[in-house]
Structures are given as structure tokens and as C-alpha cells.
Design a protein. Sequence first.
Length: 118
Amino acid sequence: VQLQASGGGLVQPGGSLRLSCAASGTFFSIARMGWYRQTSGHQRELVATITSDGVSDYADSVKGRFTISKANAKNTVALQMNSLNAEDTAVYYCNAIAVVQQSLRNIWGQGTLVTVSS
């Protein structure tokens, strides 16, 4: 299973960015997809996840500003990030819980850098 992420970049405080992540490869299904982020010297932290049933979960720090959704393409999710601030600067990692040969696999994509700066 591979995850292809896109959409990071530089944005001014108060601006918006949209991240996308697509899963491909051989798997039975995707149970959950989401985004985590990490800054230097800190552990990777949850940003937002969404299950195959459409149930979403958010970190308190992004509630009301970020929205995770399933994109039209199968096994693709998008993270709409609004009202960005400097504290959102991080490397964002796409994550998927995939069902592969009757077992769950935790898959990570390559990171995409989001920089919020004027």
C-alpha cells in the first residue's frame, strides 16, 4: 500500500491550504485515513482522521478551522485548512489503516511541509 500526498507549501497567517492523499496498491479496504503532523523535536501528533463510515476526529487545536473529507476519487481524502497560524507550521503526514490479507496495516505517506509565515 502506498500513500501519495500533495498540497503543502507556504501560506501567510490567516490563509488556507488544501492537502490531499491517495492510497494505492493491493489491499482489501481502507478502514481509516487521516493526517498527522510533526515539528522538530516533537512527537508526531494527530491532526484529523476519517473512517470508512465517514466518522471524523480532530485535534482540539484545529477544530473549527480544519475539515477532513473523502474526496470523489476512491481511497482519497482531503484536508482543508483555514485560518492557518504559525503554530500549524509542520511536516504533515498522511496515514491509512488498511486491511491487507485479513490484517490491519498502519501505512504512512511521505511528509509534506506546511509553512505559515508572513
